[in-house]
Write a protein that binds this ligand. Structure first.
Ligand SMILES: [Zn+2]
Length: 164
């Protein structure tokens, strides 16, 4: 079911810091430059090109993970709401973005976020401070473990832990 990557996939294994890992998933943050601190990603450990390649076990866990991750992003960043998207285009390996949406930042509302994303990538708009993005991601991972896992037996069953 998994497609071949010829060793070129940056998520096989993740060539960036992993904040939490489980048998089937890793918690990552979006690499710099990123428009907003707290922009997280959950990626499958196995190479899947999209949602339709998930195993039943993966499909059964992802909703639980996204619910807990969205709650952790909100609690940690104080955002009003969260967005979630998945393209698997630049990196053709299943990963879902969870993005804080702050009430006081109209430039990140709905599809305006895509414009902000491109402006940040081009260097026209200042990205989030990398150190703040880092500590925010650490706090989100802590929330997943200390609040999410405690409140949700389903999330506990996913088996997240700090990376070894
Ligand atoms: Zn991959």
């Amino acid at each position: 079911m998994a497609t071949s990557t010829n060793g070129t996939c940056p998520f096989c294994p993740a060539a960036q810091r992993v904040y939490l890992e489980s048998p089937r998933w890793v918690l990552l943050r979006h690499v710099d430059p990123v428009p907003i601190a707290g922009w997280m990603m959950v990626a499958s450990r196995a190479h899947r090109s999209g949602l339709d390649e998930m195993t039943p076990e993966e499909a059964g866990e992802i909703g639980t993970i996204l619910a807990a991750l969205a709650a952790a992003v909100r609690a940690t960043t104080g955002c009003e709401r969260t967005y979630s998207i998945t393209f698997n285009e630049a990196v053709k390996h299943l990963h879902l973005h969870v993005i804080p949406r702050h009430a006081n930042d109209a430039a990140t509302t709905s599809w305006a976020l895509a414009d902000r994303y491109r402006s940040t990538a081009r260097g026209e708009v200042a990205p989030a401070d990398p150190q703040i993005a880092e500590t925010t991601a650490e706090a989100i991972a802590r929330h997943m473990m200390e609040v999410g896992v405690v409140r949700s037996t389903a999330l506990a069953k996913v088996g997240f832990r700090l990376p070894s």
